[in-house]
Design a binder for this molecule. Structure first.
Ligand code: SAH
Ligand code: SF4
Ligand code: F3S
Length: 470
């Protein structure tokens, strides 16, 4: 939420004559893991009486859950905090807390840079948040607490989910890889899986609460279970979830291609509710670059993984992440990445210009690529990515697909939007019915696809069981 001068006037008005209350506002940057953590922060704080507000101007506790993946994400943290400081000054007793990956890395230094911050906590001590807040309130002093690791016994965290039909379940924390560009292992620690029993319990509760979709989360979710005794794998919990009839869609993100074994692919194939969607970051389409990134596999290995998936599940969507301008990447090596996008016909790709990060080896390598060159490569790659995605999306023309409706379209509130099992965004006109068409939010409907662009599909609602019953 960006603040305008008029907002600050409103803060002053809203705050006048009020004693500090217990409204908490959380802003989340970064990956789904962070979004899920924010839901747990809200759950934890509700236990000491805090209610969520969607209005920063009304917040007694402002929490910024941060991401450190690229420099831009980190810069955003300090620019947001600068604006929040003004709110804090106008609202007596208001506190600012910073958590997440930047906080984990910066610790006390965050306070040096932003002395008006009251609480700094990391990625390994979410469960301590209520205590830290109470301490900051009681003592009126700054509280900084960072743990280097998760507790041996993973604490059970209460949760307030932001959706009532789609839920995230963190199943494995941390990452044991050491890709030479990546700060995640540093800020998220070693891999640690949650127990199968606990996950099953959560699945059961979600089904009872009416959730239709669950997404298993991990920085390296495909490694789930290797550290448990007995050792299990992601396919096992996909099959567990598949036995719960009320759960119609099961997803997982993000996996390392090296850990995606055939058992996992088979589980996706055989469990009807498992979505035929694989997000498998490759990062580069060039062997020398992959080696220098320490990804632990060659391009050919990845080709085989894609082949395995497409042999077993021909219509599966496969998406990836790509970094351009990695130190020392030649033009020819970059073009190998572009060629791989065309060859493997990804459904979509998240692309990024390499950003040097603290604590990562490649940040200190001498052969950094100039910014302009990185952005030139990024622009070129993006044009190819969108051509390929467009081609892939056109395969849906004329087909009728199942869509889980997420709500009004962000671009055009006259339309609803949702996703296919393959994670394609689908927009369609709201039906002209007497009942509230927004009642379709959180429902599975059928849509016939009429047009496709690189990022989304457009279609016509042909079947909406939810409305038919009204
Ligand atoms: N755990 C996931 C990725 C987590 S980070 C995995 O390994 O697949 C999400 C994405 O951010 C990465 O896939 C990578 O493409 C990108 N990324 C990570 N570090 C980066 C950096 N230093 N510069 C640019 N992009 C980066
Ligand atoms: Fe980062 Fe690599 Fe781990 Fe992914 S696998 S989180 S890119 S270190
Ligand atoms: Fe960012 Fe941390 Fe996720 S660095 S991508 S929020 S694990």
């Amino acid at each position: 939420m960006k603040l305008q001068p008029a907002d600050l006037e409103q803060v002053q008005k809203q705050a006048q004559g009020k004693t500090p209350g217990k409204n908490v506002y959380v802003e989340t940057f970064g990956c789904q893991m962070n979004k899920s953590d924010s839901e747990h922060m809200l759950g934890l704080l509700s236990e000491i009486g805090y209610n969520q507000t969607g209005d920063l101007k009304d917040a007694d506790l402002m929490i910024l859950n941060t991401c450190a993946i690229r420099e831009g994400a980190e810069d955003k943290v300090y620019s947001y905090l600068g604006a929040w400081r003004k709110v804090k000054e106008l609202r007596e007793g208001a506190l600012i807390a910073v958590g997440g990956c930047v906080a984990q890395d910066a610790g006390k230094n965050l306070i040096k840079r932003a002395p008006y911050v009251d609480i700094v906590f990391g990625t390994h001590n979410l469960h301590r948040l209520p205590e830290l807040v109470l301490k900051a309130k009681q003592d009126g002093e700054r509280v900084v607490e960072i743990f280097q690791e998760l507790p041996d016994e993973l604490p059970e965290l209460p949760v307030i989910r932001q959706s009532d039909f789609s839920a995230w379940i963190s199943v494995i924390y941390g990452c044991d890889y050491n890709c030479t560009y990546c700060i995640v292992p540093y800020v998220r620690g070693r891999e640690k899986s949650r127990s199968r029993e606990e996950i099953n319990q959560e699945l059961k509760e979600l089904a009872e609460a009416g959730y239709l979709e669950v997404t298993f989360l991990g920085q390296n979710v495909t490694a789930y279970g290797h550290d448990l005794d007995p050792q299990i794998h992601l396919g096992d919990i996909i099959r567990d979830a598949g036995k719960i009839e009320a759960l119609k869609r099961i997803r997982f993100i993000t996996g390392h291609p090296r850990d995606l074994n055939v058992e996992i692919i088979d589980a996706v194939k055989e469990v009807p509710s498992a979505c035929d969607y694989f997000h498998l970051p490759i990062q580069a389409g060039d062997d020398r670059t992959l080696r220098r990134m320490a990804r632990g596999h060659k391009v050919d290995f990845y080709r085989k993984v894609v082949e395995e998936i497409r042999n077993r599940i021909p219509d599966a969507a496969i998406t990836t992440d790509l970094i351009v301008g990695f130190p020392g990447e030649t033009q020819e090596e970059f073009l190998n990445t572009v060629r791989l996008v065309e060859e493997l016909c990804f459904d979509s790709c998240n692309t990024a210009a390499y950003s040097p990060r603290p604590h990562t080896p490649s940040a200190n390598w001498p052969d950094q690529i100039p910014e302009e060159e990185k952005y030139e490569r990024l622009r070129y790659l993006n044009t190819v990515v969108s051509e390929v995605s467009h081609r892939r999306n056109k395969r849906y023309l004329g087909k009728t697909v199942e869509v889980l409706v997420e709500g009004p379209s962000a671009r055009n509130p006259e339309r609803l939007s949702g996703r296919t099992t393959t994670n394609k965004l689908v927009n369609f006109e709201k039906p002209e019915l007497e009942t509230d068409p927004d009642a379709l939010t959180g429902k599975l409907v059928e849509v016939t696809i009429d047009s496709a662009n690189p990022w989304a599909l457009r279609g016509t609602l042909v079947n909406a069981p939810a409305l038919a019953k009204v």
